[in-house]
Design a protein. Sequence first.
Length: 155
Amino acid sequence: MKKIATMVVLRNGQSFLLLKRKNEPNAGMFVPVGGKLEAHESPRQAALRETFEETGFQLSDVKFCGVLAETSPVDYNWLCYIYLADIEKCEPPPCDEGELQWIDFQDILSVPTPPTDWQIYKFILENRAFVLDAIYDENLKMIEMTDEISGEKFL
């Protein structure tokens, strides 16, 4: 069964406020804020709630950008709604989930990130909608990713 989650890409120009996670999944990696949906919660409501819980930012709205489906033969199977919020650049607030840091897009590939995320940021900067289908092997190495809208394959 897939876990359902949201991620919110917090952006200022070409910089992203990312969370260096201290917990699994993706411990030690830089990711957008977000988390699992609660019962009877829409993806948008979860995106707003998770952003507030992890940053203290009370967003009034977020823009839907796309979907990421991650499939593996082990217990790592996610369906994630991806949103965007343009925010003012500020001192990163403290976060119980890890450390928030501003990372410029040009530097994304020099910090540890999940293999799907660089393409997500690229789609967002190009203002392109996406439906990404990422397939992993039993060691959680991504073996294929396809955008179902354009048919593009990555990897």
